[in-house]
Design a protein around this ligand. Structure first.
Ligand SMILES: [Zn+2]
Length: 317
C-alpha cells in the first residue's frame, strides 16, 4: 500500500490534501534554547502555533511538512499533540538543515553512521516517539559552498533514500553540481529530490532551476511570502511580482509536474524573532489568489498543491 509517514502514523497519499511542503513549527539554531531572551513557555508556543494550524485547516490545508532538522528544535512529541489538536497531518524529517547546524557529535560522524541514523528514524522512529520521518533534509552550509560535512550528509541521505524510498528535500540548491554527482553516484533518481529555495531573493540568481528540472529534479518555490514589501523584510526577501514571474516562467517551460510551492514560515520561531506578518497561510491568502489572477485554472493549482507533493512524499517501494 502506498503511504506517507506522518507523526501520527502512515497515511495514504490521497488523504494528504493540500500540502505545505516546506514549513517549520519552530526553527532555531543549535544552542538557541540556552539564550534566555528567547525563552517561551509551552503555553506561549501553543498559543502562537495552534491558531495558525487551525486556520490552515479551515482554509482546506491537509498536511504540514516540518523540515526542521536534527539540532534545530525538532520536537516530535510536540508535533504529535499539535496534529491531534488541529487535525492537520504533520510530516517530520530526519537529516540536517546544513552541516553548519549539526552539533559536534554529528559533525564528526561518518557516512555510515549518518546513514544508519537516517534509516533508523525513517523505519523505526525518532528517539522514543515511535514516529517515523517522512522526508530527509539536507542543505548547503552558510558560505554557499558544499562543505565536507554537507557532502557526507548528502551521501548518507541518498543512501537512506535509496534503501527506504523516502524522498530528500534540500535547503538551497546552490553549488549544486557536487550534490547531483552524489545522488547519481548513489543511484538516486533526481525526481526523488526536491531542490529547495530556488525562489529566494538571495539565492535564486545562483540556482540552476531549469538545469536541475531538465535532469528530472523537483524544484521548490518554497519561500513564497518573504517579500521586500513586508514591514521588516529578511535579507532573503524578494519583490513579490519578481518571484511570481520567475515561478510562472518556470511553469511555462513545461515543468509544472516538477514544481512545488511552500512558504517556509515559522509558527513559533526559536531563538529569533521570526519574520512578522508571514505564516504558512500565505499559501491560501495570497499565493492562490495570485495564481488565479495570473490565469492558472483550478486543476493546475490542485496539481501544485495536492498532486505534486503527494507524488513526491509517497514512499517508493
Ligand atoms: Zn526552511
Amino acid at each position: 500500500m502506498s503511504k506517507v509517514n506522518t507523526v501520527l502514523g502512515p497515511v495514504a497519499p490521497e488523504e494528504l490534501g493540500v500540502v505545505a511542503v516546506h514549513e517549520h513549527v519552530g526553527y532555531g539554531m543549535p544552542g538557541s534554547e540556552l539564550d534566555t531572551r528567547w525563552w517561551k513557555t509551552p503555553e506561549e508556543r501553543y498559543a502562537e502555533t495552534v491558531p495558525k494550524l487551525r486556520r490552515f485547516h479551515e482554509y482546506g490545508g491537509g498536511t504540514f511538512v516540518d523540515v526542521t532538522g536534527i539540532c534545530n528544535g525538532r520536537d516530535i512529541d510536540y508535533y504529535k499533540s499539535l496534529s491531534a489538536k488541529t487535525g492537520v497531518h504533520i510530516v517530520a524529517c530526519t537529516g540536517f538543515v546544513g552541516g553548519d547546524t549539526a552539533l559536534p557529535f554529528f559533525e564528526r560522524a561518518g557516512v555510515d553512521y549518518l546513514t544508519r541514523q537516517f534509516v533508523h528514524e525513517i523505519t523505526v522512529g525518532i528517539g522514543g516517539t515511535g514516529s517515523r520521518a517522512g522526508v530527509i533534509k539536507v542543505g548547503v552550509s552558510r558560505g554557499g559552498r558544499m562543505t565536507d560535512l554537507d557532502l557526507r550528509i548528502y551521501r548518507a541521505a541518498a543512501r537512506a533514500a535509496v534503501s527506504t524510498g523516502v524522498p530528500i528535500l534540500t535547503h538551497l540548491a546552490i553549488d549544486v553540481e557536487p550534490a547531483v554527482a552524489v545522488f547519481e553516484e548513489e543511484g538516486l533518481p533526481l525526481h526523488r529530490v526536491l531542490f529547495g529555495h530556488a525562489d529566494d531573493g538571495l539565492n535564486a540568481p545562483n540556482t540552476p532551476d531549469t538545469w536541475l528540472a531538465g535532469r528530472g529534479g523537483r524544484i521548490g518555490f518554497d519561500t513564497f511570502g518573504y517579500e521586500t514589501e513586508l514591514e521588516d523584510p529578511p535579507f532573503w526577501a524578494r519583490p513579490r511580482r519578481e518571484r511570481l514571474a520567475h515561478f510562472l516562467g518556470f511553469l511555462g517551460k513545461g515543468f509544472l509536474d516538477q514544481a512545488l510551492v511552500s512558504a517556509d514560515a515559522n509558527c513559533s520561531p526559536l531563538g529569533w524573532p521570526g519574520v512578522k506578518g508571514h505564516t504558512v497561510n500565505y499559501l491560501f491568502e495570497e499565493l492562490v489568489p495570485d495564481l488565479r489572477d495570473a490565469g492558472l485554472d483550478e486543476a493546475t493549482i490542485t496539481r501544485l498543491l495536492v498532486h505534486n507533493p503527494a507524488d513526491f512524499l509517497t514512499i517508493q517501494n
